[in-house]
Write a protein that binds this ligand. Structure first.
Ligand code: GLC
Length: 719
């Protein structure tokens, strides 16, 4: 397609139409009340015909109908782009991204993204608003569920893997989706863990922790980028020159399409940096926002800004060309449906292979937090009691689950019954899972069921709508009276294991003190119940490692493993009494209940040694690390071997530990394996106070194990 020629034929109104996006219902329900709220946005029957992209439509048929209607009315025959939040599955749902991070398995993430792309593209989606790679540290924030956690390198690798898998090498392929990395930037740093709240972070912290994952996705070829709702150091992201021009365009040379978040351009008024939509349009367009999502600044004011000479028509053309190029890459000018049809969507969705992948992923993302020996249960048990609000719950997909239906999702009860058809399964809810549900009337029946069972599974957690956008909590305990019920159940039958279903780390110290076993399932998706059953009864061996630290109490938030020392660190070991005048709390320790990188297995992995091939290196040399792990058990399993580094003295404070490498390995019963890493000078670099990415000579420590539990620490020098 000769895009420049096409551009030359377009009127200014038609060009601006390519830079606005609205919800599908406006284009489908022909009787939509344009005179009402949409009138306020400035939409008319006339300019609606120019709109270039759509979000949140129903299915392939609706996409085709809207596309057909549009193309019949559009003078230039420019197809619309159809976009949706395909975050962790489309019809077959796999675990939420925070869980996916616990797999430490980019190959698995790619398989899942490919599956999601196949299902979504067949149903008419051209672009997914994914991956979300916001770096997170505060579990009170509801959108931690969408991120791969508190480790910049893990977030980066998992984000890049998803980009590559969603989009493949050729967007014309009808099984691929264009991608949109979000939310740029540092949305996960919202003050007090409250969504959309202010973000104030130094440039050093931004560059060191919050920005790398977006850059990794850009390097992986992401097609679009979405600025975040939040203000960053006083300026909302979508109008933040430092962020959107100096970093994104000048430094990173991003050439893709920038799309605002939902009405974020208009929200410049409520942020108080624009007095009206005209100013909002000027600020956003000047910062390189190409498409305005679902608000009326561009459609009402961009033309005037150009006619008044604030912007040139060439600047408009550059933005429009980026959008047309994306449509061309998708092959929409040749096939405006991108190969989508209901028949194809039905054929590729929720297949046995897709379900198998969802189950495998749910099992790989589960994290065994505690096991006093009760797990795995024997498959010969005769009576199993499933107790708690998630025992028979099918709503375990998590939010942002597109067409994932609870009707097609396997609950714990269904999964266990399918695995052990001859066992007698008694399911008792026992209590609710809402924060203000203190009803204990179900306790007696639950306790009775536990007493009469060979094995008990407590299925606890927070409702899936307690995480995700706009769903933040000031208290991240297990909601309601679940912990109280759990205590009485364990007293009634110690052969009890807990399954947790949650979209964030929870403060489960009280539960942890008495529960014999705790298996973190997160929101595991379509096959969550069957994966849980296979993990509980040993058909699968859990191998997940936490992508985000579990605080002991909400009061510890934000808490993260890669923190600086401070001038008065609390000594790791104390003789029981509190050491005053050090960085600690009167009422709680500093360490999380479970730290980043932690996770148990049914195997017993012994880290026998870590060897360095030399004690020093120059900048152009490297050091070889060999870590030997022994599976000292009769259970084969997977272990994610982690390599941590500490820069002991530098021109800026450095984290007490920083993951610089990981490798997931399988070890048969009794097997020993040596995992090798190579440390090079670029891995030792950090952003200094002059905002230079440099390494500095001096002593470094290397360790294995996991955060807060480092093993075999050895030093080397960078000369
Ligand atoms: C939402 C979210 C964003 C999503 C967009 C479109 O408000 O912040 O992640 O992609 O709107 O649904």
């Amino acid at each position: 397609m000769d895009l420049l020629r096409l551009l030359s034929q377009m009127t200014i109104d038609e060009k601006i139409g390519q830079l606005v996006q609205f919800n599908a219902n406006l284009f489908v329900d022909s009787d939509v009340d344009i005179t009402g709220p949409m009138m306020q946005v400035g939409l008319t029957k006339e300019n609606l015909k120019n709109v270039g992209s759509v979000l949140n439509f129903r299915d392939a048929n609706e996409m085709r109908a809207v596309q057909d209607k549009h193309l019949s009315e559009d003078r230039n025959k420019i197809p619309m782009l159809f976009m949706m939040d395909v975050i962790h599955g489309y019809r077959t749902i796999y675990p939420i991204p925070l869980a996916l991070g616990c797999s430490f398995d980019e190959a698995l993430a790619k398989e899942c993204s490919k599956m999601a792309a196949r299902e979504a593209a067949a149903d008419g989606v051209h672009v997914t608003f994914a991956p979300m790679v916001d770096y997170v540290r505060d579990a009170r924030w509801g959108r931690v569920m969408e991120s791969c956690g508190e480790e910049p390198m893990l977030n980066s690798r998992m984000g890049a893997a998803q980009v590559r898998a969603f989009r493949g090498d050729d967007l014309r392929n009808p099984d691929q989706l264009a991608t949109c990395v979000k939310h740029f930037a540092a949305y996960g740093g919202a003050e007090a863990g409250r969504d959309y709240n202010t973000v104030e972070l130094s440039e050093h912290v931004l560059r060191e922790y919050y920005l790398p994952a977006y850059k990794a996705c850009i390097d992986a070829g992401v097609d679009m980028l979405m600025p975040s709702f939040n203000s960053l150091n006083g300026v909302p992201a979508v109008a933040n020159e430092w962020l959107m021009k100096q970093v994104l365009k000048d430094e990173w040379k991003f050439g893709g399409v920038v799309i605002s978040d939902y009405a974020a351009v208009h929200e410049l008024l409520t942020h108080g940096v624009a007095a009206n939509n005209r100013e909002a349009a000027q600020l956003a367009f000047a910062c390189g926002c190409d498409i305005e999502m679902c608000s009326g600044a561009y459609i009402n004011h961009l033309k005037g800004l150009i006619e008044e000479g604030i912007f040139t028509e060439q600047q408009l053309d550059e933005a429009v060309l980026r959008v047309l190029e994306l449509k061309d890459k998708l092959g929409l000018f040749e096939d405006p449906y991108h190969g989508a049809s209901m028949e194809k969507a039905d054929a590729v969705s929720l297949t046995p292979e897709n379900r198998a992948l969802a189950k495998k992923t749910a099992a790989e993302c589960a994290v065994l937090l505690k096991n006093d020996g009760v797990l795995p249960f024997s498959i010969d048990v005769k009576t199993i009691a499933l107790i708690g609000p998630f025992a028979q719950e099918n709503r375990i997909n998590g939010v942002w689950s597109c067409k994932g239906s609870e009707k097609e999702t396997v609950s714990v009860a269904e999964g266990v019954q399918a695995l052990l058809p001859d066992a007698q399964i008694v399911s008792v809810r026992g209590c609710g899972n809402e924060w203000n549900d203190f009803d204990r009337s179900g306790f007696a029946e639950a306790i009775d069921a536990a007493k009469n069972a060979d094995a008990v599974v407590l299925c606890l957690g927070e409702p899936q709508d307690y995480s995700g956008e706009g769903n933040c909590r000031t208290n991240i305990d297990l909601p309601g009276v679940q912990t109280e019920l759990a205590k009485q159940i364990v007293q009634a039958n110690p052969n009890t294991a807990v399954l947790l279903f949650n979209g964030r780390p929870l403060a489960i110290s009280e539960l942890d003190a008495f529960a014999p076993a705790i298996l973190e399932m997160w929101f595991p998706g379509t096959e969550g119940g069957s994966a849980a059953a296979e993990l509980l009864f040993g058909m699968c061996n859990p191998g997940g490692k936490l992508s985000m630290s579990f605080p002991r109490t909400t009061g510890q938030c934000p808490i993260y493993y890669n923190h600086p020392s401070t001038g008065r660190p609390k000594p790791a070991k104390l003789d029981g009494k509190r050491l005053h005048y050090t960085s600690n709390y009167i009422d709680c320790g500093n360490l999380p209940l479970y730290s980043f990188g932690y996770g148990l297995s049914y195997s017993n992995f012994v880290y026998e040694s870590m060897l360095l091939d030399k004690a020093s290196m120059t900048k152009d040399e490297s050091i070889q690390i060999s870590i030997t792990v022994h599976n000292d058990s009769d259970v084969p399993g997977q272990e994610t071997v982690q390599l941590y580094m500490r820069d002991l003295v530098a021109s800026m404070v450095r984290p007490v530990q920083q993951l610089i490498g990981y490798e997931k390995v399988h070890l048969d019963a009794g097997e020993c394996k040596t995992v090798k890493f190579t440390v090079t000078e670029p891995m030792l670099r950090f952003w200094n106070h002059k905002n230079q990415f440099v390494s500095e000579r001096g002593e470094f420590e290397l360790s294995t194990g996991y955060a807060d539990h480092l093993l075999h620490t050895k030093r080397f020098a960078l000369d």
